[in-house]
Design a protein around this ligand. Structure first.
Ligand SMILES: *[C@@H]1O[C@H](CO)[C@@H](O)[C@H](O)[C@H]1NC(C)=O
Ligand SMILES: *[C@@H]1O[C@H](CO)[C@@H](O)[C@H](O)[C@H]1NC(C)=O
Ligand SMILES: *[C@@H]1O[C@H](CO)[C@@H](O)[C@H](O)[C@H]1NC(C)=O
Ligand SMILES: *[C@@H]1O[C@H](CO)[C@@H](O)[C@H](O)[C@H]1NC(C)=O
Ligand SMILES: *[C@@H]1O[C@H](CO)[C@@H](O)[C@H](O)[C@H]1NC(C)=O
Ligand SMILES: *[C@@H]1O[C@H](CO)[C@@H](O)[C@H](O)[C@H]1NC(C)=O
Length: 822
């Protein structure tokens, strides 16, 4: 009996295990719904310690749904990765599914159609797979053996997170690069990428993906940092890594303290910025790695030149030694050929950002001495430098033919050795020269005489060429006139020669200043008419036709508080804008200067404020074009002979094709101290951005102090914060510029301070529009109670951290070529 029972149990056991076995063989791993959108959905996926969260979201000012990853622990929501960038869902019916067999993640819409999916790469099917959101913000699919099947870090969007690799897998060919979005709120891929260029010595580059051209080059790795970002060496938040081996080449940043929240973002305009979360201020503090100035534009100066922002020449370009400006393209060419014998010498340049290494040769092992010898041995070697400056230094880098995109750095930088013909001018200065040198001198003189002759000949040709180009300018202008008249567009065209003569050939003594788009010169026509000529930087890649259309539209804007555009001139790659001349310079010249400021009495100051408001109102709504100035500041308010204010540089963003052209995206808009928070931080701008700048100007005019240079010893407040503090402490009159001593009704001044504060409100919607402002200025509208202004602390949260934060520094860099953060 017992044995029968035993048998029964055994059979049952066998049967059961058979069922189990067959079920493992037959049933598929089910498809799991990881995240379901909508009311009845099961929310989001959260990383173990709760730093990141993945789920469906709708970006600001949109009604589309995307699957993304964001920081769970901070608000407002900061998205760092988006799956269905190009295939947004229209409603809340999306589901993120995991195919348990293949390991494929996919997003399906309400009808079950697939809108996005990962690629199948599960080596052994039928292993259970899992989806996890890691603490680093990486969404991963793993098989049952914990092998990685897929990870979001392999498909970066516009955000680089610590631990994410940018570069190339040399085995699979996979290229990981950041890709900008078309706007800060629309994740659709935009036109810029940040990746590793593996030609020559690998380097980081930002490219315009439409043209494939490099627009900015952080550069190669020198053992300590990326050459264009020497600040990485002393960075307090991250450590940078650049790995080059047989399998892969990549760049990565790692956090020094894992509790820091830090990300790097490629903005829609192609700039890379770094953002660090400030727990104290509850916002992202932004900084721009590397220098940020004109010289950052890739190859701005052409071949064989150095870009130096402190240089004396126009466009900051200097030819390398033994090179001369080349009229054909903007670069420089060698004046005397290399002798290509052992006698060549090298000129050392210090503190350089090394040039483009995409066609360089390198060797990680050889020393600098051997590097020099090898360079001498190869006739096409034009320069060399140390490859790895870590420790005692090692490795060798050679450049051949042209040197491109080299600049002087203000901090850090490296030695660069340029090859030169033996016969250098410095040897001429040597008093103890011997026969050999004398012989050299004779040869030199001969070359000199020949060169003079050749130059003379060239000069003749040149004059002839200018004559021709005058003709072409006139012809072109005529044809333009003919075209334009059809559309009712008519704009005076000036010929280049008369402008050149009027400005004394753009001489430095005629230079009135340097704006964000190029230098401005004073000119006088033979009949005595005075003009101001803005010479637009040559790098504008905007098409001629668009430029003409824009300029003629802008020229149609006529208002007594706008500087009048008289016409333009276009010659080859030169674009000049001709304005009426303003004898009294700009507002900042008066209100911030100790004695000059007394010239502007209260009545005049009020008139000036009203004039600026009228000009701005016209730009915003009364003109045919709705124009947002975007760089309104006291130095852009010019004063005529009666001290009437006239807004200048309006429409420049349009004229310069800022929104259309890659070269210009390295150009700059906005000036710290006048930028509203939503523009500086989120890049959104509207007419209300100009209202903010206007408010800053009003407070500056009343107080006679700069918002940006303002330093309050007691608090860390800027002018806005100071004005606000005085306002809530009910002693606003303390803000007033005491050097203006004429009698005025205090209530009148109070009204201006009040209007200033209303205009600088944190939220754009809390700021009035210019038509309300105009009414308020005339006392025809009740003033709402202001609340705390935007950017009211002195530590303007978008300043490069690397610059020391003292008042001096703030007031120095007033030019609008600061960071463009649209
Ligand atoms: C979400 O809900 C679905 C069914 O509604 C379920 O199959 C799935 O396991 C859930 N996912 C999670 C992560 O809870
Ligand atoms: C899938 O693979 C193709 C080709 O390898 C690649 O272009 C694509 O980006 C991949 N997509 C995803 C979402 O992994
Ligand atoms: C640079 O040199 C340092 C010190 O000699 C060495 O530790 C490092 O690995 C080198 N780096 C590279 C990229 O060759
Ligand atoms: C990391 O940062 C956190 C918060 O800022 C701080 O409390 C902690 O002490 C830091 N850890 C280290 C190792 O510095
Ligand atoms: C000089 O260097 C170039 C680039 O590496 C190389 O192609 C060429 O063969 C070298 N010439 C000599 C003579 O070594
Ligand atoms: C330019 O000059 C300023 C002020 O003298 C200095 O701080 C900065 O380092 C210089 N920059 C370069 C690239 O030489």
């Amino acid at each position: 009996m017992q044995s029968v029972e035993m048998l029964g149990v055994c059979i049952l056991f066998l049967f059961l295990s058979l069922i189990t076995i067959s079920s493992t063989l037959d049933t598929k791993n089910p498809t799991q719904h990881i995240i379901r959108d909508g009311k009845n959905g099961n929310g989001t996926l959260v990383s173990r310690q709760g730093t990141f969260e993945a789920g469906f979201f709708t970006p600001q000012s949109s009604n589309k749904r995307y699957l993304g990853i964001w920081y769970k622990i901070i608000s407002p929501r900061t998205v760092v990765w988006v799956a269905n960038k190009e295939t947004a869902l229209e409603d809340h019916s999306g589901v993120l599914e995991l195919d348990g067999d293949e390991g494929i993640l996919s997003i399906k819409d309400g009808k079950g159609a697939k809108v996005w999916s990962t690629n199948a790469s599960l080596a052994q099917p039928k292993k259970p797979v899992v989806v996890q959101l890691l603490e680093s913000g990486n969404l991963v699919v793993k098989d049952g053996l914990n092998n990685l099947v897929w990870q979001s870090f392999d498909y970066p969007g516009d955000t680089l997170l610590p631990g994410m690799k940018i570069g190339r897998d040399l085995k699979t060919g996979q290229n990981r690069a950041l890709r900008s979005s078309i706007s800060l709120t629309d994740p659709t891929p935009g036109k810029f990428s940040l990746g590793v260029d593996t030609r020559g010595l690998a380097q980081l580059v930002i490219r315009n993906e439409d043209s494939k051209n490099i627009v900015y080059r952080p550069g190669s790795w020198n053992g300590l940092s990326i050459v264009g970002i020497p600040e990485e060496i002393t960075d307090q938040f991250t450590k940078s890594l650049f790995v080059m081996n047989e399998q892969e080449v990549f760049y990565e940043i790692q956090l020094l303290n894992s509790s820091t929240l830090l990300r790097s973002r490629l903005l829609p305009e192609g700039y890379q910025v770094r953002l660090i979360w400030s727990d104290k201020n509850k916002n992202w503090e932004m900084e721009k790695p590397g220098s940020f100035d004109f010289c950052e534009t890739y190859a701005l100066c052409g071949a064989n030149s150095i870009c130096n922002v402190n240089g004396t020449t126009e466009h900051y370009c200097e030819c390398l030694r033994e090179f001369k400006a080349n009229s054909v393209n903007s670069g420089c060419a060698r004046t005397s050929p290399l002798s290509c014998i052992k006698g060549d010498t090298f000129q050392k340049y210090e503190g350089m950002k090394l040039p483009d290494t995409s066609s360089s040769w390198y060797d990680e092992t050889i020393s600098l001495q051997v590097c020099e010898k090898l360079c001498l041995r190869n006739c096409s070697c034009a320069a060399y430098a140390q490859m790895n400056i870590s420790g005692k230094g090692s490795g060798c880098l050679h450049w051949f033919f042209d040197i491109v995109d080299m600049r002087k750095l203000s901090k850090g930088g490296q030695d660069f050795y340029l090859r030169m013909a033996t016969f250098t001018p410095s040897e001429l200065q040597d008093h103890s020269f011997d026969r050999k040198k004398l012989k050299g001198l004779v040869v030199g003189c001969t070359i000199f005489i020949i060169a003079i002759t050749v130059l003379g000949l060239l000069f003749c040709f040149w004059r002839k060429k200018i004559k021709q180009s005058v003709i072409s300018c006139v012809v072109e202008s005529n044809s333009w006139r003919n075209n334009s008249n059809k559309d009712g567009i008519d704009l005076p065209i000036f010929d280049f020669i008369s402008i050149s003569n009027a400005t004394n050939h753009f001489s430095d003594s005629n230079k009135l200043g340097q704006g964000g788009f190029g230098p401005v010169y004073k000119g006088i026509f033979p009949d005595g008419q005075e003009i101001a000529v803005k010479r637009l930087s040559k790098t504008s890649g905007q098409g001629l036709d668009e430029f003409k259309t824009e300029v003629s539209l802008i020229a149609k804007l006529q208002h007594r508080n706008l500087v009048k555009l008289l016409g333009c001139c276009i010659r080859e790659d030169e674009k000049l804008l001709i304005y009426e001349f303003m004898p009294n310079r700009s507002l900042d010249y008066f209100i911030f200067a100790p004695t000059r400021c007394t010239l502007l009495r209260w009545s005049k100051r009020f008139e000036i404020i009203k004039g600026i408001a009228r000009g701005l109102l016209y730009l915003h709504q009364d003109s045919r074009l709705k124009i947002i100035h975007r760089d309104l500041k006291t130095s852009n308010i010019l004063l005529d002979s009666n001290m009437n204010p006239k807004i200048s540089d309006f429409g420049m963003a349009r004229t310069f094709g800022l929104d259309q052209d890659e070269a210009n995206t390295n150009r700059v808009m906005g000036t710290y101290g006048y930028m509203p928070p939503e523009y500086a931080v989120h890049g959104s701008f509207s007419v209300k951005s100009d209202v903010f700048s206007f408010g800053v100007i009003v407070l500056e005019i009343i107080s006679g102090r700069k918002n940006r240079g303002f330093c309050d010893p007691c608090h860390h407040l800027n002018l806005l914060g100071h004005a606000w503090t005085l306002w809530i402490e009910k002693r606003p009159m303390k803000l007033v510029d005491e050097s203006v001593d004429d009698q005025v009704e205090p209530s009148e001044i109070l009204r201006y301070i009040h209007i200033g504060l209303i205009c600088v409100q944190q939220k754009p919607e809390d700021r009035p529009n210019m038509s309300s402002v105009a009414l308020m200025l005339n006392g025809e509208k009740l003033l709402p109670e202001p609340s705390q202004p935007g950017f009211y602390t002195g530590k303007d949260n978008s300043t490069t951290r690397y610059s020391s934060r003292n008042c001096e520094e703030y007031s120095l860099n007033e030019m609008s070529n600061s960071l463009d953060v649209r």
